[in-house]
Design a protein around this ligand. Sequence first.
Ligand code: COA
Length: 149
Amino acid sequence: MADSMSAAELVVRPYTDSDEAAVVALWRRCDLTGPSDDPQRDIQRKRQSYPELFLVGVRAGEVVATVMAGYDGHRGWINYLAVSPETQQQGIGRQMMAAAEAALERTGCPKINLQVRRSDANAVGFYERLGFAVEDRISMGKRIGRGNQ
Ligand SMILES: CC(C)(COP(=O)(O)OP(=O)(O)OC[C@H]1O[C@@H](n2cnc3c(N)ncnc32)[C@H](O)[C@@H]1OP(=O)(O)O)[C@@H](O)C(=O)NCCC(=O)NCCS
C-alpha cells in the first residue's frame, strides 16, 4: 500500500533560483556530478538558454526529480534526468520525460537525442522502455573556449 509520501501528487514546473541547493544535492545523490564538476555553473548556463526547458518535479514540497532539456534548433537534448533514489520506480522518471517531451514539442523540436554511458544499463533500459532506440552513431566531443568544463 502506498504511504502518504508516495501517494502525494508530483508537480512538474520550471526550475527557479530557489531550487538550486536542492537540485545540486539531488544530482550528487544520483551520481550525476563528480567532484570536479560545477553543477552551479551548469545551472547558470542553462538559465541563458531555453530556461523553460529545465524542469523540477516536486512532491510534498520537496524537489525529488529534475530534467534539463535543450533545443539547438535541430534536435532536442536531455540532460540531468534525476529521480531521488527513494522515489525511483514509481513512474516519476516517466512523468519527467513526458513533461520534457511536451515542452520540447512546444518549441517545434522534431526529435530528441540523448547520451548515456555505455556501461549504464539501467538508464539504457529505462529510455528503451520510454521508446528511445539505440542508434548507430558514435558520440564525439571537444571542449572549446574559456568555459571549458
Ligand atoms: C533512470 C531514472 C531517471 C529512472 O527514473 P524512475 O522514476 O525510477 O523510472 P520510472 O519509475 O518512471 O520508470 C518508467 C518505466 O521504465 C521502466 N524502467 C525503469 N528502469 C528500468 C530499467 N533499468 N530497465 C528497464 N525498464 C526500466 C519502469 O519499469 C517503467 O515502466 P512502465 O512505466 O512501462 O511500467 C532513475 O533511475 C535515476 O534517476 N537514476 C539515476 C540518474 C540517472 O541514471 N539518470 C539518467 C542519466 S542518463
